[in-house]
Design a protein around this ligand. Structure first.
Ligand SMILES: *Cc1c(COP(=O)(O)O)cnc(C)c1O
Length: 393
């Protein structure tokens, strides 16, 4: 980086170094000084590479974007201030009043809210359909439909979407297929290889992995679409802060290792839970008793993900006793942390649903979703066994 001129108040230039730092430097500067108006022209017109204002881009965001771009097999991804900012960039940046979009009926809670509340307010019609049922998706298509937004594995019921069927449908009707790949991660699933046009991530979750960063990512296969997403994100201020990006890069250095470990432990834990008398049922796409097991194997191979859901016998009272007894496991509504976390949909993510709606999804008062972390697997299984025993005692 050129570093010739100091300023009156910041006269010192960076110290010279013939060697380079091993760690990406944190670049919190909001503005970047140029030599001349001509130099700025060169930069804006793409003859030179450089930064101007950090909402428009900065080195730490570019480092994170390039890392995820490589994993997803795409170029020009944009890092956003949260996963929801990425979802917003796609829905509001690419659609217009009069358009119609179809979403999976078990999307992330805030994505569902955007679809149900905010998009209609802007004149963009929405429908929700089961992504496991291509017939239902097809039935939702209208002449104004422009886009389908799905997640590969649903939260918290861990059903697996029929991505091949939906991709074929999107292609047949000229619709943009948007895949929120947060749960499955680019290690488990590469949406662009399965017909997706746009991929979204909440970096907040497994990619950064330490619950200390809130960031998102969006990328499009078509460079023109990617440019529209970038311009909209910059204009509306959906882009990310350098410090968050810097932390995210650090977390991502161990992403693959963490993911491997967590999903291996998840498989162990799922089998362990299935053998406990206090557990009514276990949901894990990697188990042969999962309703979408074959599809999970086809799409995800051995990467059945680090999420396990299960149903305790005994309703809310047992659920309370379970979280109290689950020593060392955070009862916290997130996923992908280094530590195992428990989520109870009936009191958190799905509390706005009516009891009948929850029953329809199988979300009883005893239903828990576990995001498996990096604890020693046998120790983790013991904690669950003890807490389940305490809950049903
Ligand atoms: C968490 C999550 C989001 C939203 O991400 P934030 O970073 O919390 O804004 C979107 N989609 C899925 C599947 C998520 O799990």
């Amino acid at each position: 980086m050129k570093n010739s001129k100091g300023s009156l108040l910041r006269p010192d230039t960076l110290p010279e170094s013939a060697s380079r730092p091993v760690v990406t430097p944190l670049s919190p500067s909001v503005v970047y000084a140029s030599e001349t108006p001509d130099a700025l022209d060169d930069q804006y017109e793409g003859r030179t590479q450089g930064y101007t204002y950090s909402r428009e881009g900065h080195p730490n965001a570019d480092v994170v974007a390039a890392r995820i771009d490589r994993m997803e097999g795409v170029e020009g991804g944009v890092v956003t201030g949260s996963g929801m900012a990425a979802v917003t960039a796609v829905l509001m940046g690419l659609l217009k009043s009069g358009d119609h979009v179809i979403g999976g009926n078990q999307l992330y809670g805030r994505s569902l809210r955007l679809m149900k509340e905010d998009m209609p307010r802007l004149g963009i019609a929405t429908s929700l359909a089961d992504p496991g049922d291509v017939g239902a998706m097809r039935a939702a298509i209208r002449p104004e439909t422009r886009m389908i937004l799905v997640e590969v594995v649903s939260n918290p019921t861990l059903r697996v979407a029929d991505i091949a069927g939906i991709a074929a449908l999107a292609k047949e009707h000229g619709l943009l297929l948007v895949v929120d790949n947060t749960f499955t991660t680019p290690r488990g699933f590469k949406p662009f290889e399965h017909g997706a046009d746009i991929v979204i991530h909440s970096i907040t979750k497994l990619l950064s992995g330490h619950s200390d960063v809130m960031l998102g990512y969006v990328a499009a296969r078509d460079p023109a679409l990617a440019q529209r997403l970038r311009v909209f994100s910059v204009t509306t201020g959906l882009t990310a802060s350098p410090f968050d990006c810097w932390l995210a890069e650090r977390g991502m250095l161990t992403f693959e290792l963490r993911f491997e470990r967590a999903q291996a432990t998840a498989a162990t834990l799922a089998d362990h839970l299935a053998g406990l008398p206090g557990v009514a049922r276990v949901i894990y796409p990697g188990r042969s008793d999962h309703p979408d097991h074959a599809r999970a194997q086809e799409l995800l191979g051995d990467n059945a993900c680090n999420m396990v859901s299960f149903e305790l016998k005994g309703g809310r009272a047992a659920a309370n006793a379970f979280t109290r007894a689950a020593e060392g496991l955070a009862f916290a509504p997130t996923l992908g942390d280094v530590g195992t976390t428990l989520s109870h949909p009936a009191s958190s993510s799905h509390r706005a649903l009516t009891p009948e709606e929850r029953t329809g999804l199988g979300l009883s008062e005893g239903f828990f979703r576990v995001s498996v972390g990096l604890e020693e697997p046998q120790a983790l299984c013991r904690i669950f066994a003890d807490a389940v025993a305490a809950a049903v005692a």
